[in-house]
Ligand binder design. Structure first.
Ligand SMILES: Cc1cc2nc3c(=O)[nH]c(=O)nc-3n(C[C@H](O)[C@H](O)[C@H](O)COP(=O)(O)OP(=O)(O)OC[C@H]3O[C@@H](n4cnc5c(N)ncnc54)[C@H](O)[C@@H]3O)c2cc1C
Length: 505
């Protein structure tokens, strides 16, 4: 089958009979539900990009079928592939002003593609072939895949197998002749209800005794035992209670996440891509993290560009568009958005081709890109609110303007510059409210792909302290100058993320 466009995607998702609860009630035609339809609309917009003038970035040629596929399900073969993906994500995130809901899946696909190869080489299993067979089906049908990583995790101070409830990390509860049965729950799954399939991956590296938790498998979204619970947020509440301009991002908002419960879900062997090989779960999780963090800089910078657009538009509507401190703040925001993106671009450029043929980004720069993005978007949010003013939080709504008794007052008293209708100004404030206060976007950048401590730990581990100390000793004469050449070799090797010359892991 060829690439799907947005309308074809919408038709395809109607055939997926997923179980979904929103606010305690099961919703059958979920694609039409006001809290869910923006998600479907956003994913559809991403499908449409496969047919846009930017399809050089949004599509790729499948390494399995040699046919054009969406870049969301592509396995990166080169730095160029990763760079194009970043352009795809930045474009899609900026144009929708939303999470594009398929990236976690892409990153889980790439991490699994590279790790299954390594497991097979080390242990003689055939996970890689199985994975490729399933991925061929995904490519042929242009399906969207969610990356189901984050377990609910219970008591964070305890390992998965030491929790009072052993199912707080998704695990294998039964091994059968024809497959496995899994039980557990994944929280905060971005737009997962808009995906045809879930790729289940461990949330952390597993240790001895945790073999049942080292499981990677593919599950259709409507498989028996799979239950989605919409994680209702302030943006959803606005969707339900508000009207028209109250929605802020009228077509694509609000940020949508679901919890996925896997209650004794049977997975046939052909869909199982890791089953107990704990020694490989570390690589898998680390690779997922580095790919996700590299690419997350692209949506971060796309959204910062949205922040800039809103802030400048509101400054103009307030009559302050050319004031110095506002120009300075806009400049600062543009600087931070470009810096985050540049870190991700560097991570893509300075990566390497793993043994499997999958191209992986540079680990240090990926972690720097994610952390920088989290800090930058938080600071840009503060600056954009500062530029825009308090109506970001307090603007009246659509029904107030429609009321004949008070609507006139509102139009009169919320006027900004003369040539901009009051309603346009308030509409822009509602978009600002959506972006800056209604939950999802900034939180996704802070917590998504791991909270900041995860990146800081990686950055510390990758500090290469020994060669740095050695150079200091050589430079000040504590160590003999004959060691100078070894500093050149070691430091030079570490600058290249090439596993054969010192790796970055
Ligand atoms: C909007 C949004 C979208 C998301 N989308 C997805 C998605 O599509 N797919 C997906 O799989 N996940 C997704 N996530 C999940 C995201 O990856 C997690 O939120 C993140 O990994 C942190 O996990 P947590 O929320 O359970 O927080 P926790 O792990 O509980 O972290 C909270 C704090 O506790 C600290 N902490 C935790 N454990 C320890 C410990 N043992 N020792 C010391 N400190 C500790 C952390 O560093 C952090 O400071 C999303 C999250 C958000 C907010």
């Amino acid at each position: 089958m060829a690439l799907m466009n947005g309308d074809e995607y919408k038709e395809s998702i109607k055939k997926v009979k997923s179980i979904l609860y929103v606010q305690g009630k099961q919703v059958h035609d979920y694609w039409d539900h006001p809290a869910i339809s923006p998600t479907i609309e956003t994913v559809a917009a991403a499908y449409d990009l496969s047919f846009s003038e930017h399809r050089e970035y949004t599509t790729a040629i499948s390494h399995l079928t040699d046919e054009p596929i969406s870049r969301f399900i592509n396995i990166a073969q080169s730095a160029e592939d990763l760079l194009k993906r970043q352009q795809q994500i930045k474009l899609a995130s900026f144009c929708t002003g939303e999470c594009i809901y398929q990236c976690t899946g892409t990153d889980a696909l790439n991490a699994t593609a590279s790790s299954t190869y390594d497991v097979d080489q080390a242990t003689g299993t055939n996970y890689h072939d199985r994975f490729n067979t399933w991925l061929t089906y995904i490519h042929q049908n242009d399906l969207s895949v969610s990356g189901s990583i984050t377990d609910v995790k219970g008591d964070r101070s305890k390992r998965p197998n030491k929790q009072s409830n052993p199912d707080l990390y998704t695990r294998i509860v039964e091994r059968k002749k024809n497959g496995i049965v899994i039980r557990g729950a994944k929280a905060h799954q971005s737009g997962t209800i808009g995906c045809h399939e879930h790729l289940v991956v461990p949330t952390t590296a597993m240790r001895q005794g945790e073999e049942d938790y080292a499981v990677v498998c593919a599950v259709p979204s409507d498989e028996k035992g799979v239950i989605h619970v919409h994680q209702f947020n302030a943006g959803d509440a606005m969707r339900l209670a508000g009207q028209g301009m109250d929605h802020g991002n009228v077509r694509f908002g609000a940020y949508s996440t679901q919890m996925i419960i896997f209650d004794h879900v049977f997975v046939p062997w052909e869909r199982v891509f890791l089953c107990g090989e704990i020694e490989h779960s570390n690589n898998l999780c680390e690779r997922f993290g580095r790919i996700h963090r590299c690419v997350s800089s692209a949506c971060t910078s796309g959204w910062i560009d949205n922040f800039i657009g809103i802030a400048q538009a509101l400054a103009d509507y307030n009559g302050l568009g050319k004031v110095k401190h506002i120009r300075d703040k806009i400049t600062e925001m543009n600087f931070m958005g470009a810096r985050s993106y540049a870190c991700g671009v560097a991570a893509a450029n300075m990566g390497y081709k793993s043994a499997s043929g999958v191209y992986l980004p540079n680990r240090l720069f990926s972690n720097v890109a994610k952390l920088d993005g989290a800090l930058s978007i938080s600071e840009c949010r503060r600056m954009a609110i500062d530029v825009a003013g308090g109506l970001v939080a307090t603007a009246p709504g659509e029904r107030d303007f429609a009321n004949p008794e008070i609507g006139g007052y509102l139009k009169e008293f919320f006027q900004g510059v003369d040539d901009v209708p009051t309603e346009d100004r308030v509409r822009m404030f509602k978009l600002a409210h959506h972006f800056f206060t209604s939950g999802g976007l900034v939180e996704a950048k802070i917590c998504g792909s791991g909270t900041s401590q995860t990146q800081l730990m990686n950055i510390y581990w990758l500090a290469n302290l020994e060669v740095k100390k050695k150079a200091a000793r050589v430079l000040c004469g504590i160590e003999d100058q004959s060691e100078y050449d070894s500093v050149v070799t070691e430091y030079g090797n570490k600058m290249n993320s090439n596993p054969e010359r010192g790796d970055d892991s």
